[in-house]
Design a binder for this molecule. Structure first.
Ligand SMILES: [Fe+2]
Length: 166
């Protein structure tokens, strides 16, 4: 996994240091000029959104991934077990946020995150959301997670898909 792409090095350094203001700045820079983005990151998987691991911190737990969303693809409704931050490198991402009470989830926000823009950070597992590509071309988002790479598939999300939406 090493060496890290130079365009992502300042971002990794800020995230490993948990310097969140610097993370925001470095993430915005990596999104506005995505020199790290390779052609295969635009291809995606028709079966579902596809994660591309870009960096693993050997001293972990911390990873950087790109995620490719083909038109119409979306995440399940989920919260997070670890801290995360993300933004969009190409395309448009729709994010819906929810709050839960008494086993019912209520939508509190719907927003579109465009190329170069950051979404809300979730440092304390407080955000419940669903993200989707409602556009007509592939979407590439860039994500930071405070998770070990071997827990990438099961260690990030808490799924709420079976909870009633009120
Ligand atoms: Fe999420």
């Amino acid at each position: 996994m090493n060496p890290i792409h130079p365009a992502l090095a300042p971002l990794a350094a800020a995230a490993i240091g948990k310097k969140w203001a610097e993370v925001d700045k470095a993430l915005a820079a990596a999104l506005r000029r995505p020199a790290w983005l390779r052609p295969e990151h635009r291809i995606g998987d028709p079966a579902g959104y596809m994660r591309h691991l870009l960096f693993v911190d050997a001293a972990g737990p911390f990873v950087i991934t790109a995620i490719t969303w083909l038109p119409g693809q979306r995440s399940l409704l989920h919260g997070h077990q670890v801290w995360c931050a993300f933004g969009v490198a190409e395309g448009e991402l729709t994010e819906e946020q929810f709050v839960g009470a008494d086993g019912v989830l209520r939508q509190t926000k719907s927003s579109v995150v465009r190329a170069g823009e950051l979404a809300d950070r979730d440092l304390h597992g407080k955000i419940i959301h669903r993200v989707a590509n409602r556009g007509s071309r592939p979407l590439v988002s860039l994500h930071l997670y405070g998770v070990a790479p071997d827990r990438l598939t099961t260690g990030i999300n808490r799924i709420y898909e079976s909870v009633k939406e009120g």
